[in-house]
Design a protein around this ligand. Sequence first.
Ligand code: 7PJ
Length: 285
Amino acid sequence: MMDSASPTWLPCGRHRLDLSFPRVMGVLNATPDSFSDGGRHNARDDALRHAERLLAEGAAIIDVGGESTRPGATPVPVQQELDRVLPVVEALVSELDALVSVDTSSPEVMRAAAQSGAGMLNDVRSLQREGALQAAAISGLPVCLMHMQGEPADMQNAPRYDRPIEEVVVDFLADRVAACEAAGLRRERLLLDPGFGFAKTVEHNLRLLNRMDRLERLGLPLLVGMSRKSMIGKVLARPVEERLSGGLALAALAVERGARIVRVHDVGPTLDAINMTWAVLKEGC
Ligand code: 7PJ
């Protein structure tokens, strides 16, 4: 229903993703606090069931993460991340034939995920860890590069920027794109994300969303993640379980400002919101 006349295919391993219209990425946390941890199989089965629901609601991509990157979170050892993420990736690929993205900054996880059939890499640290550029280049997969200043453990302490936030983000991402190209990652494989909620005040986040057209100048598909984040909580004074309406407003605005992938927990409602937004935008072409 929502397809436009000319598909724009992003090769994602065994899958191809049409980005000529906005798509939804469903969040699947493979962290012990997200699913029952009474043994690997429970966690794997819970993850499978949750992914099935996200796909049924219309998710084009499932984003699997084994390291919490919420503000204040401490990094997990790489073996633990592998143990959490790989069984879930394997199950989603073999049992659901899903297009799986892996939210990781570790080169070891990138390599193993690619071998297990993942179709995309999503790195909140923009491939800045030692060996990440090479691992991503070799994987042959598309990569989402996200802006963050500092590390999740301390990033919200005092986020300060000397210049307007959108300029900082554009310059950072342009530098990361250049680093990727130097490492043999072709531009066609890159997606960009301003990193809402990562080392940013509420005002930074709101301003960034308003000025997303600046990021469009880099000429790469934009991905955004604002689902349930504290920018909604702070503006509306809502706890995390009451942030859906605010998140839908942000998703619609992000699509209007050029986002092509929206990363969310609530797939069905978000798909309706962005499909409705897109129906309006298409008539303006
Ligand atoms: C994002 C992410 C985001 C991308 C997380 C949360 C925190 N990856 N991983 N963009 N956020 N690309 O979902 O609240 O905004 S984890």
